[in-house]
Design a protein. Structure first.
Length: 327
């Protein structure tokens, strides 16, 4: 076990967004939907899968890491391609220790079945689903927008009629979008970065590199809920982060209650307090956009007025040797 253990939950608003694509039927591209149950009634709602959120976190992780000066990542991680298990040279890794020299293998896991080498992801993300309130569930909508795709090279071809010419120059298709307020939850066991979990062997990831990876993983959260989703070539999602709650501890802690629940902040604090008191440990909860519960003997609760203040506090407490932000 190695600190920090970070848990997060919160809410973001998405308008006119393709959060997760779900294939197509002809020229109709579909948005992923799932069923949730609230008040004894089932609702079919547009969703963002945990797998999609994990993918975008790995993309932003690599970008932040490089921006901070990091260099230990292979070409797939660098380009946002989720092909894992490759070493820094791009070949299949021969051991877990070799694989986790790469940033994305280390934090987001991999599986090489032919070599029986694996690593669980240190970053795990739930589905993002509409907040479980009747008005929001009924308002959560999925709808199609008509787009067209033009191929200018078709214009030089010989065609038999005007109608055929128009058909070769432009293809009309429909894309489903969605709008709703979504809840989410994230778990990150960042202290295990650079540490082989399934195979014996010493990692070449030193303490300075581990600290850079931990910082990059945390900062990547700032980008995750303000424009995440598929089909960004058609339109960037219209999104904003509404609420964010982050819990940090030096020992393993439960996941926070999902942000889709109306009382997720209070229930998360209640759960953490019960657990920390039972195991004799301590932790901290930091809140943005929502009121924090009261602190107690095992759980310190603190509200930040801005995202900047929140993340200065998070980085100060989560990084090795860091200090809580002072005001």
């Amino acid at each position: 076990m190695a600190p920090p253990y970070v848990r997060a939950a919160g809410r973001f608003e998405a308008q006119l967004s393709v959060l997760t694509g779900a294939g197509n039927m002809g020229n109709y591209n579909m948005h992923a939907v799932a069923k949730v149950v609230h008040g004894g009634k089932a609702y079919e709602v547009p969703v963002l899968t945990g797998n999609a959120l994990k993918h975008w976190h790995s993309v932003y992780l690599a970008e932040v890491y490089q921006d901070l000066g990091g260099k230990q990542l292979n070409e797939f991680c660098m380009k946002g391609v989720g092909l894992r298990g490759k070493n820094l040279g791009g070949d299949d890794a021969s051991s877990e220790a070799e694989a986790i020299k790469d940033l994305c293998n280390d934090l987001h896991g991999f599986l090489l079945p032919d070599k029986q080498i694996k690593r669980d992801s240190l970053v795990r993300v739930s589905f993002a689903v509409p907040v479980l309130e009747e008005k929001n569930l009924e308002a959560a909508s999925k709808f199609a927008v008509v787009h067209n795709r033009v191929d200018p090279f078709k214009r030089t071809q010989q065609v038999k009629s005007k109608e055929e010419q128009e058909g070769t120059e432009m293809m009309v298709f429909k894309q489903e979008y969605s709008s709703a307020v979504y809840g989410f939850a994230v778990a990150m066991d960042l202290g295990l970065s650079g540490v082989p979990l399934y195979q014996e062997g010493k990692s070449d990831v030193d303490d300075k590199e581990r600290e850079l990876r931990i910082k990059s993983a945390l900062v990547a959260l700032l980008r995750l809920f303000n424009g995440v989703g598929s089909k960004q070539a058609r339109a960037l999602p219209i999104a904003r982060l509404r609420e964010l709650v982050i819990a940090i501890s030096d020992s393993p802690i439960p996941n926070l209650v999902h942000g889709a629940y109306p009382d997720y902040v209070a229930r998360s604090a209640e759960l953490l307090t019960a657990y920390l008191r039972a195991v004799g440990k301590k932790g901290v909860v930091l809140c943005y956009g929502v009121d924090c519960p009261r602190s107690n003997d095992v759980l310190e609760c603190k509200k930040a007025d801005t995202l900047d203040a929140l993340f200065q506090e998070v980085l100060g407490r989560a990084l090795p040797g860091g200090q809580p932000a002072r005001r």
